[in-house]
Design a protein around this ligand. Sequence first.
Ligand SMILES: NC(=O)c1ccc[n+]([C@@H]2O[C@H](COP(=O)([O-])OP(=O)(O)OC[C@H]3O[C@@H](n4cnc5c(N)ncnc54)[C@H](OP(=O)(O)O)[C@@H]3O)[C@@H](O)[C@H]2O)c1
Length: 256
Amino acid sequence: MERRLGPVVGLGTWNTFGGNAGRAREVVVAALAAGIRSFDSSPMYGGAEASLAGALEGRRDQARVLTKVWSNDPAEARRQLDAQLRWYGRVEVEQIHNLVAWQEHLPWLEDERDAGRIGRLGVTHYLPDAFDELAQALRTKRFDTVQLPLNPRERACERVLLPLAEELGIAVIVMRPLGEGALLRRPPSAPELQPLAAFGVTTWPQALLKWALSDPRVDLVIPATSKPERAAENAAAGEPPWFGSEERALVERLAG
Ligand SMILES: NC(=O)c1ccc[n+]([C@@H]2O[C@H](COP(=O)([O-])OP(=O)(O)OC[C@H]3O[C@@H](n4cnc5c(N)ncnc54)[C@H](OP(=O)(O)O)[C@@H]3O)[C@@H](O)[C@H]2O)c1
């Protein structure tokens, strides 16, 4: 199996889709039209999985679904997968959310992958305090993907996890590429962003997304948005040319 998932921009669904099926449909339709193919969800995201499923009705073949199991109880986690299979038919990337009971879930999820109901198997965490355990999980060589936070103000994964993922051939999925929106509060001015125009970057969110994707160890960034036009804006950051060290350093300075 080809290791890489990208480099591309996907779409997260935490805090933006919830139970709002109409909004989810508008955002997903705009995202697909802009070339976004990867959609990340979880049973933890309050109805987002069902909203995503509704939004993909009639369009499922265009999408790659990344979702998660999130329970200490294997029976409950299996029910979560069963619901996902009803919604999506197949799950392209099934992740163990926040490392919850990962040792217990790994064997039966591997069986599901072998049976073809899951494409790839992944694991996620958002806290640097959990990165040692995340590394331990990756060292089992039983995961195909890892999801972690990376943006100019959250770089803890660069120390161990990114080199390890590269060494083991594990695809990297970046959550929180916009710092949950916190990095967008005081955007740089147009003249400050001007040196990035040659890279197809005209807005600050695009600069942050391309910053992460320009690390060759990163496969996929999954910014979330509740606004269709922003999905299209974000998608544009997934095209080469990629930033070199100078442009990455500029984005880091602008992020403060
Ligand atoms: N945060 C976590 O701890 C965590 C954990 C596990 C997985 N994830 C996954 O990673 C995904 C991404 O992380 P995240 O949602 O926490 O944060 P994020 O993608 O870094 O930021 C999302 C915020 O950015 C805003 N935004 C997005 N595009 C924008 C644009 N072009 N212009 C202006 N504002 C824009 C959105 O607001 P609007 O809706 O107003 O556009 C939203 O509030 C999640 O949705 C989830 O799938 C996250």
